[in-house]
Design a protein around this ligand. Sequence first.
Ligand code: ZN
Length: 173
Amino acid sequence: MAREDARNAWSAAIPVVPAEVLADIYAHARETYPEECCGFLLGPRDEARVDEVRRCVNEQNRYHALDPERFPRTAREAYYLGGKDLRFLVESFQGPRPVKIIYHSHPDVGAYFSAEDTRAALGREPDDTAEPLYPVDYLVIDAQADHIGGAKLFRWQPQQRAFVQVAEYPGER
Ligand SMILES: [Zn+2]
């Protein structure tokens, strides 16, 4: 990923997330509850909206089973994108319909951007030089046992060197 592309993406308008896209990813979060779901939101390159959901496979349990020391968390509290989904993600940045948002759900704990989420987005521990791996925003869904509490969108702020909330969406009973 060229740094130039990344800068352009992060200075772009906040993506518009239509109600039907929200309904679709809320349904995904309900289906995988009490485990985390994850996926991509795509849309036309030259417009500030997303109009397509691509559900990803949360590989966290598989990696946890293979190597519990390196992957201490289960899918109950983490997500991990597999090779096929990562390839789709990277290749989308060259095409007319890039992935603009990576979404995942937080079962029971609320829609905040966790230290683990920051590490996943940076590919390493945050420090003075760490940059996000991909030019995308991150949407976190508040998944509860009997409803969706809502969702929040987070974007990397280069000056603060942190992910900051830039939008919030209503929940669903
Ligand atoms: Zn998370």
